[in-house]
Design a protein around this ligand. Structure first.
Ligand SMILES: [Mg+2]
Length: 245
C-alpha cells in the first residue's frame, strides 16, 4: 500500500513539475490543437481529396457537357486555424469584426491536398470547372480571391460566389451554377458532379425543423457520401453546434 502511495506521489509531483514547460499551444482547446498539431488532420484532408479525384475522373468520363466540382472555402479550401488560435490567445470568441480583419489579412493557408486536387480537376478537359461557393459575405470577395491567388488555388476560369444576403443560401447559388442564371448568366450551364465542404449545408439544404435526430438519420442513409459528397474535417465550429438551425 505504501509503495502505491509513493508511486502516486511521484506521478503527481512529475505532473506538476513538468507543467511550466508546456507550450503555449497546449493551452489551446483540443479541437483547435487537433488542427494545428496532428498529422492525422493532414492525412484525413489528403485522403479525402485523393479519393475524390479518383471518383471524379470516373464521373467526368460520363459527362457530355460542362460540369463542375463545387467547393466551400473555409476549412475546405482555406485553413483559418490561425484565426482560432489568435481568438483563444485573446480570450475571445468569433465576432464579425475580428473575422473581417482576418479575411482582409489574406493569411489563410491551403488545406492539405487541395492544390494538387484543383490542378488535377482543371486538367480534366474543356468541360471541367471549379466553383467556390462560400458564406463569406460579398464585400470579402476581393480579399478571398487574393488569398486563393496567393496560394495558387485560383484559375481565371473558376467561379467564386460569396453570400449576398441571408436569403442567398448555398442551394440558391448551386441552382445558379446549374441553370446559368443570376450571377452565372452567360456562363455555360454546369452539371455539379461533386461537392466539398466541412458543413452539412455545403451539400444540401437542411431542414432544421426536422430535428437533430432525423438530420443525422438522413445523413446515415445518404449514399452520396464518398461518391458526390466529400467532407473535410472541422472539429472547431459548424452548424452542428446549433442543431443546424
Ligand atoms: Mg466551411
Amino acid at each position: 500500500m505504501k509503495k502505491w502511495t509513493t508511486v502516486i506521489a511521484i506521478l503527481l509531483f512529475s505532473t506538476f513539475t513538468t507543467s511550466p514547460t508546456w507550450s503555449q499551444e497546449t493551452k489551446l482547446p483540443k479541437d483547435v490543437r487537433w488542427v494545428t498539431d496532428s498529422a492525422e488532420y493532414i492525412g484525413l484532408c489528403m485522403q479525402t481529396y485523393d479519393l475524390a479525384l479518383a471518383k471524379i475522373k470516373i464521373a467526368a468520363k460520363k459527362q457530355t457537357r460542362p460540369w463542375a466540382v463545387v467547393l466551400d472555402i473555409d476549412e475546405t479550401v482555406l485553413n483559418n486555424v490561425q484565426y482560432e488560435v489568435e481568438r483563444v490567445a485573446e480570450g475571445q470568441g468569433f465576432t464579425s469584426e475580428s473575422w473581417t480583419g482576418w479575411v482582409e489579412r489574406r493569411e489563410a493557408t491551403a488545406i492539405p491536398g487541395v492544390k494538387k486536387f484543383l490542378d488535377n480537376v482543371r486538367a480534366l478537359g474543356e468541360n471541367a470547372y471549379v466553383v467556390f461557393i462560400t458564406n463569406r459575405d460579398a464585400p470579402h470577395e476581393k480579399a478571398t480571391m487574393d488569398n486563393l491567388k496567393k496560394l495558387g488555388l485560383w484559375h481565371e476560369r473558376d467561379v467564386l460566389l460569396c453570400r449576398q444576403s441571408k436569403s442567398d443560401t448555398k442551394e440558391v447559388r448551386r441552382r445558379e451554377i446549374m441553370q446559368a442564371s443570376g450571377r452565372c448568366a452567360g456562363l455555360p450551364r454546369k452539371n455539379i458532379i461533386a461537392l466539398f465542404g466541412d458543413n452539412l449545408k455545403d451539400f444540401y439544404e437542411v431542414d432544421a425543423s426536422a430535428g437533430l435526430e432525423n438530420i443525422r438519420k438522413n445523413a446515415m442513409l445518404d449514399d452520396r457520401w464518398g461518391t458526390q459528397f466529400f467532407v473535410l474535417p472541422n472539429p472547431m465550429y459548424g452548424s452542428w453546434e446549433r442543431e443546424y438551425k
